[in-house]
Design a protein around this ligand. Structure first.
Ligand code: AGP
Length: 628
């Protein structure tokens, strides 16, 4: 979604702003703009569409300004047109503002300003902000910081803003109210951005503003204040990230690179969380898994509720299966966006888990906050215990939960989640094993077997990539011209994988795809089938294998082309049922989702790539969904 970059220092601002915005492109946007200050005037340049349009416009002008703010906009209020792109200016063009998030009361503010004679040039919620700041400054001797501070209480909603002024080319003000903004510290130069990726080429010394905080950045340093005006003492931390992590490294698309990174991600998870000294046959008196969870979070649990959206919701469904089957804890999974407005009855001793790859999804964050709020001041067993699962430990999620599981996937650039999904599922294996050990719901021997299964995953994913890549790419050609619909089916622990396969395909190839529990087909969806609708069946050996094969046969009898995802051990037999077989190494059913998802990611990828679509930034989608 929208991205903010700001710079103040000794270099030419526009180059830094535009390259910063390029690093935020993956978040999704439809227009962009920058504002700088030279010779007492704000220069504002905007362009619809991709950043090269903005770059081209900027190259036509000489601009040596050393202060500026930039923005990529993902339209919410008003169409993706140039006049709605940020930055937005006040009437006299003395103040420029970029904003992420939403100003919920913008209509009232706009009405009020219009009645006072203000003319608006956009349909955005943002434009009220520069007008309000300018109003505060008009005829007063307020500082820019104080004018922004006086404006903020008038704004309702979740937002982050960056502000510059024509008359004060030596300062940049930023503020955070429930939308992320991070400050970067260089030598005589300072940066701000909504996402660390924009800062990485310049500095690794960063500081995230908390809600209710603002900063005044000058070439001499950064001052941090609360919205109440108190000066705060905060220190930057050093990131251990390498800018190379966010390069394509020779791959055609980030998504492909991220699919190929999955074995390494799983290895890092295993190394980070499995206790190497734990051996099932030695009767160890410590958990096989070290997630650093406290007894307060884990003991006496009667219920787990998981809140998530999209792919993270699918990972959570696998998690539910594992938590119930291994740790014997009743578990529910809710869409965060639904839970917010229809919370479930309060159950004592509930652990609430928020799962999000970006760590910023507005619905998930708000649902967790609402859960904390409604349990406040209740008796101890009803109070909130919040756990987060994410690959972005520096994100807003970390500020909301009591404890975080870092899934170790690192940053993911492709909008379609791949490696972060696999890492989230790994997080759930570890959590379920830790809880199973603590609650003694599994024998040590069984825990040991599952751990052995997990250890086998990295080379098994490598094998899938090695043996299936060419075949899947060739197969993908068959679906790039006329195919308009796909159906995915699976059962048990692999039903969420069917959901994930369908989501991947629709997100990046724009082919309509739906997923059903295989047994549900005959209750309605089977009416859709004919020779034009391919059916992908996840048929991993185990408790429901025969059932899925029967359900697949029912689809075949309606002329559907059948693609099976199954174990290499069953491939020959499966060839009797399926027209096309995607094989993965044979593993026990409990471990199979992590392998079964890989060929589905590859199939979606190749279909979209052959169609020549923008795989990494599919239309209308954003990597970080920071609005409701
Ligand atoms: C995944 O491919 C999607 N881009 C999307 O469904 C995503 O999973 C969803 O928006 C949730 O995001 P989060 O994990 O950052 O919370």
């Amino acid at each position: 979604m929208c991205g903010i970059v700001g710079y103040i220092g000794t270099q030419t601002a526009t180059e830094i702003l535009i390259s910063g915005l390029e690093r935020l492109e993956y978040r999704g946007y439809d227009s962009a703009g920058v504002a700088t200050v030279s010779e007492g005037k704000i220069q504002c340049v905007k362009a619809k569409g991709k950043l090269y349009n903005l770059r081209e416009k900027l190259e036509r002008e000489v601009n040596h300004s050393q202060i500026g703010i930039g923005h990529t906009r993902w339209a919410t209020h008003g169409k993706p047109e140039e006049h709605n792109a940020h930055p937005h200016l006040d009437t006299l063009e003395g103040i420029a503002v970029v904003q992420n998030g939403i100003i919920e009361n913008y209509r009232e503010l706009r009405e009020e300003l219009i009645q006072q004679g203000t003319e608006f040039t956009s349909e955005t919620d943002t434009e009220v902000i520069p007008h309000l700041i300018a109003q505060c400054l008009h005829g007063s001797d307020l500082s820019l910081l104080d004018a922004v501070r006086q404006t903020i209480p008038r704004l309702k909603g979740a937002f982050a803003i960056a502000v510059i002024s024509a008359e004060r080319p030596y300062e940049l003000i930023v503020a955070r109210q429930q939308a992320p903004i991070i400050l970067g510290f260089g030598q005589g130069e300072f940066f701000c951005a909504s996402d660390i990726t924009a800062l990485l080429p310049h500095t690794r010394a960063v500081l995230s503003l908390d809600n209710g905080e603002m900063a005044r950045m000058t070439p001499l340093g950064v001052e941090i204040y609360s919205f109440a005006g108190d000066r705060l003492s905060k220190f930057p931390r050093t990131l251990d990230w390498n800018p190379v992590q966010v390069e394509k490294q020779g791959f055609r698309h980030y998504m492909l690179k991220e699919i190929y990174e999955q074995p390494a991600v799983v290895r890092t998870c295993l190394e980070s969380y499995l206790n190497p000294n734990w051996h099932a046959d030695e009767q160890p008196d410590f958990s096989p898994v070290n997630l650093g969870l406290t007894a307060h979070l884990c003991d006496n649990l009667e219920h787990i509720q998981i809140l998530a959206c999209g792919t993270s919701w699918h990972a959570s469904l696998v998690g539910k299966y594992l938590l119930e089957q291994l740790a014997n804890i009743p578990t529910t999974v809710d869409y965060a966006s639904e839970f917010r407005y229809s919370p479930k009855p309060l159950i004592p001793n509930t652990l609430t888990i928020g799962v999000t790859q970006s760590g910023e999804t507005a619905d998930t964050i708000a649902a967790l906050e609402a859960e904390r709020a409604r349990r406040e001041n209740l008796e101890p067993k009803l109070q909130a215990k919040l756990l987060g699962i994410t690959n972005r430990p520096e994100s807003t999620l970390a500020q909301v939960v009591d404890r975080l599981i870092n899934t170790q996937a690192g940053i993911e650039i492709g909008v379609a989640a791949t490696k972060t999904f696999v890492a989230q599922v790994m997080g759930f294996y570890f959590l379920a094993l830790d809880l199973a050990y603590r609650r003694q719901t599994l024998s040590n021997q069984r825990i040991g077997e599952i751990i052995e299964g997990l250890r086998g995953i990295p080379p098994q994913i490598e094998k899938i990539i090695e043996t299936q890549a060419d075949y899947i790419e060739e197969l993908a050609h068959d679906f790039t011209q006329e195919t308009e619909d796909f159906i995915f089916i699976g059962r048990g622990i692999n039903f969420p994988i069917a959901l994930e396969g369908a989501l991947k395909l629709k997100e990046i190839s724009y082919i309509h795809a739906e997923a059903y529990p295989a047994g549900e087909m005959k209750h309605g969806p089977i009416a859709l089938l004919d020779h034009k609708v391919p059916v992908v069946a996840i048929a991993m050996p185990g408790s429901v294998y025969e059932k899925v094969i029967s359900n697949a046969q029912e689809a075949k009898a309606r002329d559907a082309r059948l693609i099976g995802v199954t174990s290499a051990m069953n491939a020959q037999e499966a060839a009797h049922t399926f027209n096309d077989v995607l094989t993965v190494p044979g593993v026990e059913e409990l471990i199979s989702p992590i392998l079964a998802v890989v060929p589905l990611q590859m199939l979606a990828y190749h279909i979209a790539a052959i169609k020549g679509l923008d795989v990494d930034q599919p239309r209308n989608l954003a990597k970080s969904v920071t609005v409701e």
